[in-house]
Design a protein around this ligand. Structure first.
Ligand SMILES: [Zn+2]
Length: 304
């Protein structure tokens, strides 16, 4: 997962890439799409099988596996078995599955499902564009860089994304969504070396008492990467976080658009007045409570 803030930004801004026939509906429901951008992360603790949908530890499959892994689920299962794939993460295939579901929801005009799936799909696409979601060393735990996950995807966007340029142009039709999301994962994975290297390098040259600072969060005092460290790291990455967020935004908008085209361009304007019932809102609240209980073991990220 990106931090909550980045996920919400990605889903929200993706709305503005949409064509005239779609943007009215999505703008009308932009609050839902934005707030619920983080739902899949909340579910990780309450729903069995949710966790592996957010990442792929591609390097467990050997050298250059990011280029060699079969792109389609059936072929990958044949080669590695489903049990193995599920252990090491399935995000590129899950995105494609969600894409089918959203297309179906649009085809049959199930407005509730359109909103839920648009929001969820945006989340998984965003995850697939995070370098640290493509490695078994997802939190720097194998290289003495524990905490780097939250630094890259939460701390940096929170501190610096206000200055990012999020104008990414118009959503485009994606000919092959399965290959497209893999392309996103490949680019993310190619950035991984820099993500790890620059943190290590900066840690080496910065005075050891300058790396971390303490901040108050509610009633707690927590250790965070200092502003100075974060700023220097951000500069060394040379626009990488912005680039990955832009890619995610553009891709989310383009996936939504592609689903809509494949569904036969249904008239979404007639769903504008849709509202979730009190009962559904209550259900969401319960989900939130479940999330707080963290019944299922999952990977630790800074924001959870
Ligand atoms: Zn996630």
């Amino acid at each position: 997962m990106w931090g909550f803030y980045a996920h919400q930004q990605i889903n929200r801004i993706a709305v503005f890439t949409l064509p005239i026939e779609m943007i009215g509906f999505y703008k009308h429901h932009i609050q839902y799409i934005t707030e619920n951008a983080v739902n899949p992360d909340k579910r990780r603790y309450a729903v069995e099988g949710e966790a592996p949908r957010h990442f792929i530890d591609i390097d467990v499959y050997g050298d250059s596996a990011i280029y060699k892994m079969p792109r389609y689920w059936k072929d990958a299962v044949e080669k590695y078995t489903e049990d193995t794939l599920v252990v090491y993460g399935v995000v590129p295939w899950h995105v494609n599955q969600m894409r089918y579901r959203l297309t179906d929801a649009m085809r049959i005009g199930d407005v509730k499902a359109i909103l839920v799936l648009s929001s969820d799909l945006g989340h998984y696409i965003a995850d697939a564009n995070v370098p640290l979601h493509t490695t078994k060393n997802y939190n720097g735990q194998l290289t003495g860089q524990h905490g780097i996950h939250g630094l890259w995807e939460s701390r940096l966007p929170e501190l610096f994304s206000a200055k990012y340029d999020f104008f990414v142009g118009k959503a485009r039709y994606i000919d092959n969504p399965q290959l497209e999301i893999w392309q996103g994962a490949v680019r993310a994975h190619e950035a991984l070396d820099s993500v790890l290297y620059f943190e290590k390098e900066l840690t080496r040259i910065i005075e050891s008492d300058k790396k971390y600072a303490f901040e108050t969060r509610g009633r707690n005092t927590v250790q965070v990467y200092s502003r100075d460290f974060s700023k220097k790291y951000h500069e060394m990455l040379n626009g990488m976080v912005e680039r990955q967020m832009r890619r995610a935004i553009e891709m989310v908008g383009s996936f939504w658009y592609t689903c809509w085209i494949d569904a036969g361009q249904p008239d979404l304007d007639k769903f504008r007045s849709f509202q979730f019932s009190d009962e559904e809102l209550k259900k969401r609240k319960i989900e939130l409570e479940e999330w707080k209980k963290k019944k299922i073991e999952s990977r630790q990220h800074e924001n959870n």
